[in-house]
Design a protein around this ligand. Structure first.
Ligand SMILES: [Zn+2]
Length: 140
């Protein structure tokens, strides 16, 4: 079973998928994306929030990591549905600052799995979709 250094499964998946699959849901993720998330957490040395429905009566954010096929939010072919993307809040950093710092340090081994960042959003979306450039910036 996959064990991440800094994150629990319920932080990375929506509530109904978590209830449905339990720990088997780890296989829904690209291992590289999990490695990238742990690496990002270690790089900033600051808490990173993906989902927070757990411990919030199920009412917090739940679609910032893995999204089920019938997810009501996001793009139809989102990398989130491949378990290949995360939307993050890095404590103490605006999304713009975090993106700039990631780009400035893209050769850091802790960030090597990050392939794409989404521009102009108030969270840090990264994914591990293979691209032409080392880190590709895209707009939704
Ligand atoms: Zn996203």
């Amino acid at each position: 079973m996959i064990k991440m250094k800094y994150f629990e499964l319920y932080e990375l998946i929506d509530r109904s998928s978590f209830m449905k699959w339990g720990v088997r849901a780890w296989v829904l993720f690209n291992p590289r994306a999990l490695e990238a998330l742990d690496g990002l957490r270690e790089f900033f040395n600051a808490p990173i929030t993906v989902n927070n429905w757990w411990g919030n009566d199920g009412k917090g954010m739940e679609y910032r990591g893995y999204r089920p096929e019938d997810c009501p939010v996001g793009a139809k072919y989102s990398e989130h549905k491949n378990g290949n993307a995360f939307d993050c809040t890095v404590k103490g950093y605006t999304a713009d600052d975090a993106r700039r710092i990631i780009l400035e340090n893209q050769d850091n081994p802790l960030l090597k799995r990050i392939m794409r960042l989404e521009a102009d959003v108030s969270w840090v979306h990264f994914d591990c979709k293979e691209g032409k450039e080392r880190i590709y910036i895209f707009k939704a």
